[in-house]
Design a protein around this ligand. Structure first.
Ligand code: SAM
Ligand code: SF4
Length: 477
């Protein structure tokens, strides 16, 4: 039988680059929390409202609270916590697919090697520049580069593409933060990529359940569960302290996967004193040649609920939602604490720069559900009172990893994140927004400014906003 550790005990138990997932332990924790008493659920909710991290056992209680009344209380609490911790800011980014060559056979992915219907493309550096230019012209400042797994996409190739993207500057556009979603590397490889100046390195474990992992990864290097689950340990050792974890929901029991994700958070904190910056929880989408058992499909009701539970379990970790989800689901879970979304997404190779008739669905990894343009997403966020943010200040001021202050310094969000969100929103309004979005955006900024009581700070902020209006760019606190 497995020992059940408290979060403090994990500190003693975990070691770098050693598999830390114990499926029996996770199953046992879930089993012990079955049919929880409403009082226990409410006690745990109120602990989380005090911005305290939840243990695996406490989270399992929320995962097992099935009555509609308790689910609603969990969602309401997530909403409240989101407002307290994050305010109204939502960070926007876009994915950019660099190449879909792949030597793996993940049964759920259109890029898998066995899928002979898939057209294979790797962007040349010139193609890449055109894609970046198109993204800059839409108003983007933050991108994530996505790659299949292939010897051609080694650390040097990734570093070269990163430097190329940073080098593209069109009109007032530039990419200020570039994240990566790619296969795990060795420590040397991560050092090379770190030196190119990336933001977050994302690796999704897909499923934390080893048997399922083995079944859905039929061949190729990705079949090695342990190499993948320890990938971010190597990233940290190689000097990347800004990490993203994730699980692909729909491969196995979503409750198990949520505890797997939290165990991964505990592990990184125990060994390196730094948790992941973000958690992703993509739901499996239809894709060309896909071959997955539908038994574990996650319903909308379970999905919205699990986002709320994640928010309560890790109040200070960024939650990422992508255009895999339709607009109405995005709108609901934005309220529960999603902190980053993509906008104007196109996941086809050359999808941003090619003419529509040149684009080809055969080049897509899976089907996305939210096809709105960046401006449509921006406009809707603003209308709903969210402040869309392209802020990249922390990363550029070295406020990452252990020094990541967003949540450790009281008032940090109000003093840095909200004003920086406004500054990047004004850049967008001035350079890219149509008149109607511009009007709504400035109205929102005015309302937001009214909440600032510190007159000295407010006048510094106003000065910067004015400077942007008269042509200066890239101002931040
Ligand atoms: N090849 C690298 C890897 O597998 O880690 C990185 C790129 S892969 C294209 C990015 C992510 O897409 C995967 O980690 C997986 O979670 C997700 N994905 C794959 N197939 C999917 C599908 N059918 N629906 C939704 N997400 C999918
Ligand atoms: Fe390749 Fe990644 Fe798709 Fe798997 S998920 S087939 S590794 S691109």
């Amino acid at each position: 039988m497995s020992i059940i550790y408290t979060p403090q005990q994990y500190k003693l138990a975990d070691k770098a680059q050693e598999n830390f997932i114990d499926a029996d332990e996770i199953h046992q924790i879930l089993e012990a929390a079955k049919s929880p008493h409403a009082d226990d659920v409410r006690r745990i909710i109120s602990k989380s409202l005090n911005k305290a991290r939840l243990s695996l056992q406490e989270t399992a209680v929320l995962l097992n609270a099935d009555s509609p009344e308790l689910v609603q209380e969990i969602k309401d609490a997530a909403k409240e916590l989101k407002e307290r911790v994050y305010g109204k800011r939502i960070v926007l980014f876009a994915p950019l697919y660099v190449g879909n060559l792949c030597i793996n056979n993940c049964t759920y992915c259109g890029f898998r090697n066995e899928n002979k219907d898939q057209k294979r493309t790797t962007l040349t550096l010139d193609d890449l520049k055109l894609e970046v230019k198109a993204l800059e012209d839409a108003g983007h400042k933050r991108l994530i580069l996505v790659y299949g797994e292939h010897p051609k996409y080694d650390a040097n190739f990734i570093a070269e593409t990163v430097k190329t993207v940073y080098g593209v500057k069109h009109k007032n556009g530039e990419i200020r933060r570039l994240n990566i979603n790619a296969a795990p590397l060795d420590v040397e490889g991560f050092k090379t990529v770190a030196d190119a100046g990336i933001g977050t390195y994302q690796i999704f474990q897909e499923t934390y359940h080893r048997e399922t992992y083995d079944k859905v990864h039929k061949s190729g290097p990705k079949k090695d569960y342990d190499w993948r689950v320890t990938g971010l340990d190597r990233a940290m050792t190689g000097g990347i302290d800004d990490l993203g974890i994730g699980a692909l929901l729909g491969l196995y029991d979503w409750r198990f996967e949520i505890l797997g994700l939290l165990r991964h958070v505990n592990h990184l904190e125990s060994v390196f004193n730094i948790g992941p910056h973000t958690i992703s929880f993509p739901r499996l989408q239809d894709a060309s040649g896909i071959d997955v058992d539908s038994k574990w499909k996650v319903s909308d009701a379970d999905f919205t609920r699990l986002v709320a539970i994640l928010r309560l379990a890790v109040p200070y970790t960024g939650l990422i939602l992508t255009a895999r989800e339709p607009a109405e689901i995005r709108d609901e879970v934005l309220q529960y604490g999603v902190s980053q979304i993509d906008g104007g997404t196109n996941i086809e190779l050359k999808g941003y720069s090619a003419d529509e008739d040149e684009q080809n669905l055969d080049k897509e990894q899976f089907v996305i559900s939210d096809n709105r343009s960046l401006n449509e997403v921006m406009d809707e966020l603003v209308q709903k009172g969210f402040i869309p943010s392209f802020c990249t200040a922390c990363y550029r001021k070295d406020r990452t990893g252990e020094h990541f202050m967003e949540f450790s310094v009281p008032g940090f969000i109000k003093r840095f994140c909200q004003p920086n969100a406004m500054l990047t929103l004004v850049e967008y309004l001035e350079d890219y927004a149509p008149q109607s979005t511009k009007e709504k955006g400035y109205k929102l900024i005015e309302e937001e400014l009214a909440n600032y009581e510190d007159e000295r700070f407010k006048s510094r902020l106003l000065q910067r906003l004015e400077n942007i209006k008269s042509g200066t760019r890239d101002l931040y606190f």
